[in-house]
Design a binder for this molecule. Sequence first.
Ligand SMILES: [Zn+2]
Length: 93
Amino acid sequence: MGEIEGELITIPDVIGEVVGWRAWTVIAPHSPHPRLRSAVAATTVGLENAIWPTNRWMTAICPRRGHMPADVPTAGCSCGLYAAASLDHLLAI
Ligand SMILES: [Zn+2]
């Protein structure tokens, strides 16, 4: 079980692909290289880590406790890469 801002949630362990929904803001939409930035993650992981990378995999980080990337997600910590389970769930959060 994980915790997000005081709310206990059940996070299932999954081996394999999952589909998740995230909300994005387009940065510099009129430039030759517009980018996608998480609509909510900039406040928790910092602006640089909230931008969807174009030349590497997006990986989960631990901005609060500094767990090593190979250890993320760590039990008892809120680190990880979050997404809503459905469009309805995304619109509700
Ligand atoms: Zn952590």
